[in-house]
Design a protein around this ligand. Structure first.
Ligand code: FES
Length: 140
């Protein structure tokens, strides 16, 4: 390989590395906003599947969302994404602390989905909840 061929090969190699780096850069998570699925569903509070919501502090899962009853008031429900933004563990609800808890590495989120402790890099999405009779609609 002569000098000219060497320089041409080197330039092509560097261009390939640069293009690959650019490609990998585009694969990185680009959002830092709240994480969670887009949903729009209604649950029937009379269904035995959602019986846990009859008591303050109870919670259930549906379609990637954790729904918790935070007070005994008529509309005392809150819904956030159920998946921790750290490594994807399923969150639980701590009625005493009024936080969503990750059992894997101790991450915690407040009622708005903001990270309050632990390694989660992003907040979780909070959903709109509305009640009509015994129907609870979750959307966002
Ligand atoms: S997976 Fe939730 S804190 Fe690590």
């Amino acid at each position: 390989m002569n000098r000219k061929q060497f320089l041409k090969t080197s330039a092509l190699t560097l261009a390939g590395i640069a293009a690959g780096g650019s490609f990998l850069e585009s694969c990185k998570k680009s959002t830092t906003g709240p994480q969670g699925p887009t949903v729009n569903f209604t649950i029937d509070l009379n269904s035995s599947s959602y019986a846990a919501l009859s008591a303050t502090g109870g919670y259930v899962y549906s379609q990637g969302v954790i729904i918790a009853r935070i007070s005994s008031l008529l509309d005392g429900f809150i819904a956030v994404a159920q998946t921790c933004t750290h490594n994807g563990c399923t969150l639980t609800f701590g009625a005493g602390s009024q936080t969503f808890l990750c059992p894997c590495h101790g991450g915690t989120y407040d009622l708005n989905g903001n990270v309050t402790a632990g390694p989660p890099p992003y907040p979780i999405k909070r959903y709109s909840v509305s009640r009509s009779g015994n129907n609870l609609t979750v959307s966002g």
